[in-house]
Structures are given as C-alpha cells and as structure tokens.
Design a protein around this ligand. Structure first.
Ligand SMILES: *[C@@H]1O[C@H](CO)[C@@H](O)[C@H](O)[C@H]1NC(C)=O
Ligand SMILES: *[C@@H]1O[C@H](CO)[C@@H](O)[C@H](O)[C@H]1NC(C)=O
Ligand SMILES: *[C@@H]1O[C@H](CO)[C@@H](O)[C@H](O)[C@H]1NC(C)=O
Ligand SMILES: *[C@@H]1O[C@H](CO)[C@@H](O)[C@H](O)[C@H]1NC(C)=O
Length: 326
C-alpha cells in the first residue's frame, strides 16, 4: 500500500516536474517604460515561478520597427539611454521584453509608450541660499539630465520660488515666472530666518514637478557686516606673516645677494693688484704736488689797532688785509 502510494507520487512528480521546466516560458510581468531626468529605462518583474538561470532580452522602438536593446541580462531593468544608441529628447518610445532559458523563449511583453519631454519625471532643483544683510540670494541648480539639459529641452522653463518666515508656512509668498538661476529676495525682515522652496515649471511636461526640499537661512542686520572688517584685518595679517615666512625661508639667498661670497677670479685680482705701468699714471704719481698760490691774511682783533673815530666804523675796519708776502 505504502509502496503503491510512493510509486504514484514518483510517477506524478516525474510527469509534472519536467513539464514545468520544459513548458513554454511565462512572460515577464508588470513591464513599464519609465523616464527620470530624460533617461529611458525599461523595468519588469520576473515571471511567476521563474526557472533557474532565466535571462531577459529587450527591444525598443521609436517611429520605425523594433531594434535590439539589452541582450541576455539577468537583472530586471534595461537602461536604454545608457546603450550606445541615439535617443531624442522629443522622441516617443515603446519597448518590449522576453524571458529566455536555454533555447526557450517566452512571448514578448510590450510596455507602455512614452514621449520623453512630456513624460519624464523631473527631479527637484538644487537650491542654495546666501544671506546678505536683510536680503537672501537664492541660487538654483537645474537637475542633471541624461540626455541634453533642462534649458535645452524646455526653453521656456521657469522657477516658482516660494518663501516664508520659519514657522509661518501659511503666510508664504511666491515669485513665479523666474528664468534666472540667481534671484535676490530683498523684501525680507533683518535678523529673521526664512525658508525657501523652488519648483520648476515647464508647461510641456505632464507630471507636476516636485518642489525642492525647503532650505532655510537667516538674514542679518542691515549694517555692514562685521565680517568685512575681520576679513580685511585677516588679509593684512596674512600678508605680514607671508612676508616674514618668505624672509626666513629665503634668509640665505637674501644675505648671499647682499654680501656675495663669490671671489673675483685670480687673474682679475693679479691684474688689479699689479703696479700700474701706464706712463701717464707714473708721471702723475712721481711729480711733486703743484704749488698752491695764496695770499697770506692776518686777522688782528686787538683793540689797540682801532683807529680814532667812530668805534663802530673802526670795528668794521678791524679785519685788514695785509700786503702780499709771497
Ligand atoms: C543570448 O543567449 C542565447 C541563448 O543562450 C544565445 O544563443 C545568444 O547567442 C546569446 N546572445 C548574446 C549576444 O550573448
Ligand atoms: C558607439 O557607436 C559609435 C557609432 O554609432 C561607434 O563609433 C562607437 O565605437 C560606439 N561605442 C561603443 C562603446 O560601442
Ligand atoms: C546640491 O549642490 C551642492 C553644491 O553644489 C552639492 O554638494 C549637492 O550634492 C547637491 N545636491 C543635490 C541633491 O544635487
Ligand atoms: C507657486 O508655488 C506656490 C506654492 O506651492 C503656489 O501656491 C503657487 O500657485 C505657485 N505659482 C505658480 C505660478 O505656479
């Protein structure tokens, strides 16, 4: 009896077991063509009860027939925009995938169809804030696109900048239709914390774009920021320190420059120290110094030599020239 049951189980399993493997492969499920920031990715789920060693092959098409995408891959997605194929930012695409095991293949499963610029999901902008007195500068960076760039695909894209005092979200104000990447918010109160969120508006895209996460920054007082003086002081000190460092590091070079160690070549020295043999020099050297011609002058400041008359007049004549003695 027991042997009969086990024989029956064996028989059933030998009939049904191989049939699951050798039967027609079931198709991948939940096939979807997606796009984020202008990429193009086909994703799917594995078939129910997938056979071991299952691989997938994908194809895609734009206007004409299907062309090959990823071949014999084991993961559950194919990034068509990373393949060496040209994809248009305005193209309409459709894709399909089938499972393969050994020589067997499942039927193709088609995806939805998407038009890149209309359907791609644009991630939020990257927002940085810089406070400057009672104003805040908002700097916006567009998300990076796999194909092209935001401003190339959507020429008239604008930003909607929403800002509010921290904790007063319900009183938020908005500046829309902004095309510049740098915007100054200057209707703000000084010394107050503000939060900012930016949304990209493209008009052509069907998906509501995600606003950026709120980023916050405090305004300062209106007066000139104290850091200006600090920066200037720091700059001067840095220059002084740099000069000292340069002087210390190049100390040797500087002293070398001022007091050269190099000696004159020997033959130069010999030439310079040798007795001069120029006849003019010798004549000058041996001649006696020329006689100097002068008049002898005596100054007598003695009261006895004063002549009679006005004392002042006499005093004026007290320096008298003596007759030449030579
Ligand atoms: C993909 O796998 C099939 C079946 O194993 C094989 O015939 C084919 O050559 C493979 N293709 C590539 C490109 O590896
Ligand atoms: C990509 O395709 C171009 C021509 O379409 C070819 O010259 C190039 O070698 C390819 N690069 C790779 C990595 O396959
Ligand atoms: C935003 O920009 C900053 C500075 O350029 C960078 O460090 C950061 O990774 C960016 N964040 C995102 C989400 O792109
Ligand atoms: C800008 O964003 C704010 C807050 O999300 C919203 O109330 C407002 O309608 C938006 N303006 C435009 C023109 O989209």
């Amino acid at each position: 009896m027991l042997a009969a049951i086990s024989a029956f189980i064996l028989m059933v399993s030998s009939i049904t077991g191989p049939r699951v493997v050798s039967g027609v492969l079931s198709t991948p499920r939940n096939v979807r063509l997606t796009s984020h920031n202008m990429n193009l990715v086909l994703m799917w789920d594995s078939p129910e009860r997938p056979a071991r060693g299952l691989v997938y092959t994908t194809e895609f098409k734009s206007v004409s027939g299907y062309r090959v995408g990823c071949v014999n891959i084991s993961n559950l997605e194919c990034d068509l925009s990373r393949l060496n194929i040209s994809i248009s930012a305005y193209g309409t695409y459709k894709s399909r995938v089938r499972a393969q095991s050994g020589t067997e293949s499942s039927a193709w499963m088609e995806s939805n169809q998407i038009t890149l610029d209309k359907d791609t999901i644009i991630s939020f902008a990257n927002v940085s804030l810089f406070s400057n007195g009672a104003a805040i500068e908002v700097s916006i960076k567009d998300p990076v696109f796999t194909i092209s760039a935001l401003r190339n695909v959507y020429h008239s894209a604008t930003y909607n900048i929403t800002y509010w005092k921290d904790g007063q979200r319900e009183k938020a104000r908005s500046n829309s239709n902004i095309q510049q990447n740098r915007v100054v918010l200057n209707d703000l109160d000084p010394s107050t914390k503000y939060c900012v969120q930016v949304q990209i508006i493209t008009e052509r895209n069907r998906n509501p774009s995600n606003p950026s996460a709120a980023v916050c920054e405090s305004t300062t007082t209106e007066e000139e920021a104290p850091w200006v003086a600090a920066v200037v002081t720091f700059g001067i000190m840095a220059m002084a320190v740099a000069l000292v460092v340069v002087a210390v590091v190049y100390r040797k070079n500087i002293s070398h420059f001022l007091c050269p160690k190099d000696t004159l070549p020997q033959h130069f020295k010999e030439y310079l120290l040798a007795p001069p043999n120029s006849s003019i020099y010798l004549a000058m050297h041996n001649s006696h110094p020329p006689e100097e011609i002068y008049h002898q002058v005596s100054i007598i400041a003695d009261g006895r030599t004063l002549e009679e008359g006005h004392p002042l007049e006499a005093a004026g004549r007290s320096c008298r020239k003596q007759p030449d003695t030579t």
